[in-house]
Design a protein around this ligand. Structure first.
Ligand code: IMP
Ligand code: MG
Length: 182
């Protein structure tokens, strides 16, 4: 049985489901990118845990690089603007880029990132999001080609996702108790 952190209200995606998600996405990517040597771009810091699992279930040759953007600071709502804190070290001209993201919420972070990377002449850019937050009546500006799971419109932590830099190390995704951030 999974032990639950006292600040977490309930577990949404447990370790077994996470394993299945990564295996499925890795399989899809391996088939779609055979012979294309894709560059997997992990968006720091949240996507690190997911990327580490995902890349180990990709069986075709690939490389990895990292980017850091600022979005939420230590709050729980999107600031709307995205700043590049750390850029790629890889030249992506003519490369097939797959952006690995922890969660797609408003999609602002990703749409900014895609626009920025798109201007560098890659062969293609797709998004692999571990989770997509379902927000009633809202259509995000980005549609990921690969989606691990859907989560409700609540603030979630774990498996790389943080609140004020905490909880990234939880091995599952759970809903944070509202009293922790209100
Ligand atoms: P977006 O720009 O609103 O799509 O937000 C993207 C980023 O915000 C994600 O990469 C996460 O780092 C963070 N984020 C969005 N929703 C959550 C959440 O529920 N918990 C933790 N971080 C989140
Ligand atoms: Mg993030």
């Amino acid at each position: 049985m999974q032990t639950i952190h006292p600040d977490v209200e309930r577990i949404l995606i447990g370790e077994d489901e996470i394993r299945e998600i990564c295996a499925r996405l890795g399989k899809e990517i391996s088939a779609d990118y055979a012979g294309k040597n894709p560059l997997l771009v992990a968006v720091l810091r949240g996507a690190v845990v997911f990327t580490a699992d995902l890349m180990r279930s990709i069986s075709c040759p690939m490389s990895i690089d990292f980017m850091a953007t600022s979005s939420y600071g230590s709050g729980t709502t999107s600031s709307g603007t995205v700043r590049i804190l750390k850029d790629l070290e890889t030249n992506i001209r003519d490369r097939h880029v797959i952006i690995a993201e922890d969660i797609l919420d408003s999609g602002l972070t990703l749409s900014n990132l895609i626009e920025m990377l798109g201007s560098r002449g890659p062969a293609s850019i797709e998004v692999c999001a571990f989770a997509v937050k379902d927000i009633a009546g809202y259509t995000p500006p980005v549609t990921p080609k690969y989606v691990g799971c859907h989560v409700p419109n609540e603030f979630v932590v774990g498996y790389g996702l943080d609140y004020a830099e905490r909880y990234r190390n939880l091995p599952y995704v759970g809903v944070l108790k509202p009293e922790i951030y209100s």
